[in-house]
Design a protein around this ligand. Sequence first.
Ligand code: ADP
Ligand code: MG
Length: 707
Amino acid sequence: MSECIDYTKTSLMEVYGENCFSDAVMRERLPGNVYHELKAVQAGSKKLSTQVAEVVANAMKDWAIERGATHFTHWFQPLTGLTAEKHDSFISPRPDGSVLLEFSGKELIQGEPDASSFPNGGLRATFEARGYTAWDTSSPAVVKDLQGVKTLTIPTAFISYTGEALDKKVPLLRSMSAINKEALRVIRALGNTTCTRIFTNVGPEQEYFLIDEKFYDQRPDLRLSGRTVFGTMSAKGQEMDDHYFGAIKERIGLFMKELNYELWKLGISAKTQHNEVAPNQFEIATIYESANISTDTNQLLMEVIKNVARHHGLVALLHEKPFAGVNGSGKHNNWSIGTDDGQNLLGPGDSPGENVQFLLFLTSVIKAVDTYGTLLRLSAATSGNDHRLGANEAPPAVISLYLGNTLTEILDCIAEDRPLVKRDGKLVELGLTTIPTFPMDDTDRNRTSPFAFTGNKFEFRMVGSSQSLASPNTMLNVAVAEVLSEVATRLEQADDTLTEVKHIIKEFYTSHKRIIFNGNGYAPDWLEIASNRGLPNLTNTVEALSHLDDPEYTKLFGKHGVFTAAELHSRKEIYLETYSGQLHIEAGLMVEMAKRRAIPAANRYLKDLLSTMEAQMSFGMTPRSQKTLAQNLFDHIESALDALESLEQTLVDVLETKGDALEEARYYHGKVVPVMEILRSHVDELERLTEKSYWPYPSYEDMLFHL
Ligand code: ADP
Ligand code: MG
């Protein structure tokens, strides 16, 4: 990837942030007044002036050129869920044949990529198929380095000329403003005068698989869809639980070392790494940042993981479910609300006052998750994630909230006006004003909960490993902003703030405690309990996404200025189309792999088996078990061919739904997926029955136990 560093000789301090146009770099390179003005722009208290942009652009260009960059790019996040970039060089030719290297303020602030080919869900008529990218001053520019090819990469928002959001960043930024506004009102009402800005912090834990690239190259399904559409589990799966937190193998260690250095160079705070539950599955976590920055850096991190893996003859699989039968990959989204006066509003404090504030924010999140659980669920709805959520894997598709026993008990006592019995047997009055320091000693973790309180943050565990963090955090922010707006209004109008706070805590908890579940989310009876509690169970992407523009949500997003009705509708269309598109590819791959590879391979084996049996019989031998095997092979070949034919027919029939994104996606989910499963069952059985050397692509055993 980048110029070779000898990692054994290079200290982390030497490289950390060297390719990041960080705050420290800006402070050093910008004139004081420009730096301060830019800070004010970042804080949202000032508009960016062309003069400031001009100076920053120049400093950024010099800095990037010193690092060997020849090009710059406005980097953005269209609704494909990926990132997009178009590179421009800094050169500006002169009449005498020489060039100047230039980068203007205007080029920094705004770009005009030819955006007509990005999905827009009907937002822009083709005659004005133009969008522009706008510099996001709040997220640092970096120099991306691909084997020495260096590009100044500027995070931008992608907007249509009429101002509509065409990307994932704009709504996220809007949602951050919404929560800033409402949370500020709340803490002002609580008497805080020092805080001027509130933001949501996000720390992602990213899971991924690594496999040897020689196997990857032989699997068209992995190359084209990111997951194996066929494959039988090897004799060993994850039953032994011997991979989780196991010793990191040398080859992986070397990969992780380079990965860390590459991330550190970009100023990305790679912190934790370990083996995950499934064989060849790993996790990396970066330290939390504001939601916007974490979203950007996580996109970069996914790119870097993929690139660095290749240097080690590996391929990183970020798909939610590359392999059936072992755990899928998620991206735990650790989320909290921070203030610029140094508080974590979801952290229990040391004093009674802090704890009242904590309980108010905590119960507000409880209410938000209960009221807008569907939005959270649908923010993690993708075809890849359907193999995790609702498919006997943690977390389940039902949104619930894990509080832990201590907090549940405290809130129960408050709700029922009971004193709390502490572990030492002492009674503690929970009059709120005298609320004691919480005995937060039980950090009992519940790994099966989709939304767990983990001490001073919530961990949203539904997010898929390949997903952008933008949508889940947008939903979370808006849901909580809406509840905080109600809280603020009530506190602003209250005669006695503290009494009202108590009312709110009690009321929110009592009315929304159905969302709290501290038990095992895997347990089958949980689904029944959830259903009795009236909690929605949206088991698949299509049904989840169908709610995106429900009237109540359209109103909610409109109120907080996060999505217009048109933006919301276009997103629903695009996400549904993406779902259908993915399934179309997977079904096509199955047809191709079954018809032209797997079934012919099984037939070759059957033919050889039959000639062996013939030879045996001519010697007077009577093959019995072999006959059964041959018959079995034959039956599965026939059944696979039948399923193949049905699958091909569904792929013709689906064309009738074209033009209606929801109907089409429903067809894929309801009609295509079940036939895919039938075909898979026969092809996988054939793989089990066929001698290995006949099989046309690498097995699970090859891919999962070779590193
Ligand atoms: P786990 O035990 O779940 O692995 P860690 O303590 O390792 O938890 O943290 C996981 C992630 O949570 C990291 O990205 C970390 O930076 C992030 N995190 C820690 N505190 C906060 C917070 N207050 N807000 C948001 N994220 C946080
Ligand atoms: Mg965690």
